[in-house]
Design a protein. Structure first.
Length: 112
């Protein structure tokens, strides 16, 4: 594998449950840190949800490796943010045999 160009600074965010003041819980996104990435568009498609067309773009994002279970390793239930753009993480796997880099498959779509 050729060394990727990690030239885009992104914020790694995780969903956190917080009390909603009425005895229940709400969720909010909390920054876990920043991460340098190489972002490449893979495909685009449209979702049809409740008769509304929503464009979705799928990306391959390469970041530095981290062991499974490490706090710095992105997880599938998290997301990456770059300014106003949000990338929902779908999968995370080692991009090379020695684990120097991670390959993230993510989708960019409507901010929730």
């Amino acid at each position: 594998m050729r060394a990727p160009r990690l030239g885009r600074l992104m914020v790694l965010e995780a969903r956190e449950r917080v009390p909603d003041g009425a005895g229940g819980f709400a969720s909010q996104w909390v920054a876990r840190g920043t991460i340098w990435a190489d972002v490449r568009l893979r495909a685009g498609y449209r979702d049809f949800i409740a008769a509304v067309v929503r464009p979705r773009l799928r990306y391959r994002i390469i970041v530095r490796g981290a062991p499974i279970g490490a706090e710095a390793r992105p997880r599938a239930e998290e997301r990456l943010r770059e300014g106003g753009r949000v990338f929902d993480i779908l999968t995370v796997a080692e991009a090379d045999p020695v684990g120097r880099y991670l390959e993230i498959m993510a989708e960019e779509g409507v901010v929730a």
